[in-house]
Design a protein around this ligand. Structure first.
Ligand code: FSX
Length: 296
């Protein structure tokens, strides 16, 4: 039991088609540490209560399904969904449990448990936009939560926290921002991503930006220079990875000398191009110079 003065916010976590990378990443939160998120107040007097979480709960089978059903009858919980939702063939490609002897699919659960939620968070690019699960030829009809909401006319507030995987701060920082400012005051972009974390292109804060501006491009991994010609998707990708970094600010993808894969974008993975393929239609200083120079 919690002190009477504590506001307890129930959290239900559902998992669809995923690699569990989103959960693994966010459970590695360091500031605050995940043990403090699970056991202590997130803000003074406000506590998250993870009532159903397939990866960390000890209950299984009927006990777990009963807990989910009971939690879903209460109003005002936060529903976190990670992984894509296969919609083809009535969602049969992602069965998460049984209810009254019948298979329960993630599609059924998203529809059922979204309706009483005060906020739905689509965690990870698969949940936000379909991601890897929806890559061509998408045999299961995988979709993001927003698409499912459109089809089933679900009008609950939705925030997308893409990333393959997403940074733990993007999830817990967003929940904290909602609690501090109120949902209506959290600024989202057109893709329902919080601007606090996805407000700028990687390109704008990249430590290699000066190389790009000078037209100095790495020709192979390990070279000094901008990684644009080696397939870096930083010029079209919104996230604060260069500033926030990963694993307790240890490093991040470009800091390790690898190109950004564009994983927070709805075009990922099919339409951002292969990992090491140069994105086209980006104006580099060299192409701008060429465009401005009259042909002889
Ligand atoms: Fe997708 Fe997440 Fe990538 Fe994996 O839940 S966003 S494949 S990190 O696990 O769904």
């Amino acid at each position: 039991m919690y002190p009477k003065s504590t506001t307890v916010i129930p959290v239900i976590s559902l998992q669809g088609q995923n690699c569990t990378g989103c959960v693994t990443s966010t459970l590695c939160s360091e500031y605050p540490a995940i043990k403090n998120i699970l056991l202590d107040d997130l803000l003074p007097g406000v506590k998250l209560d993870f009532v159903f979480h397939p990866t960390i709960m000890t209950a299984s089978g009927n006990l777990a399904m009963d807990m989910l059903e009971k939690a879903g009858k209460e109003r005002g919980y936060v529903l976190i969904i990670d992984g894509a939702i296969p919609a083809k063939d009535d969602g049969i490609y992602c069965v998460t449990g049984e209810k009254d002897g019948k298979k329960s699919t993630i599609l059924d659960e998203v529809i059922e448990f979204s309706r009483n939620a005060m906020l739905v968070i689509a965690l990870g690019t698969c949940a936000a936009f379909g991601g890897i699960a929806a890559a061509h030829p998408n045999p299961t009809g995988a979709r993001g939560v927003g698409d499912v909401f459109l089809t089933h006319e679900i009008k609950v507030p939705l925030i997308n926290i893409p990333g393959c995987p997403p940074h733990p701060d993007w999830l817990f920082g967003t929940i904290t921002e909602v609690l501090l400012k109120g949902l209506e005051n959290v600024e989202l972009d057109d893709l329902k991503r919080p601007k606090t974390f996805y407000g700028k292109l990687i390109h704008e804060n990249c430590p290699n930006r000066a190389y790009f501006d000078e037209g100095k491009f790495a020709k192979k991994l390990g070279d000094k220079g901008c990684l644009y010609e080696l397939g870096c998707k930083g010029p079209i990708t919104y996230s604060d990875c260069p500033l926030r970094q990963w694993n307790g600010k240890t490093n991040w993808v470009i800091g390790c000398g690898a190109p950004c894969s564009g994983c927070t974008q709805p075009e990922f993975p099919d339409f951002v191009g292969d990992f090491y393929d140069r994105i086209i239609d980006v104006e580099t200083p060299a192409s701008l110079h060429k465009a401005k120079t009259p042909e002889k």
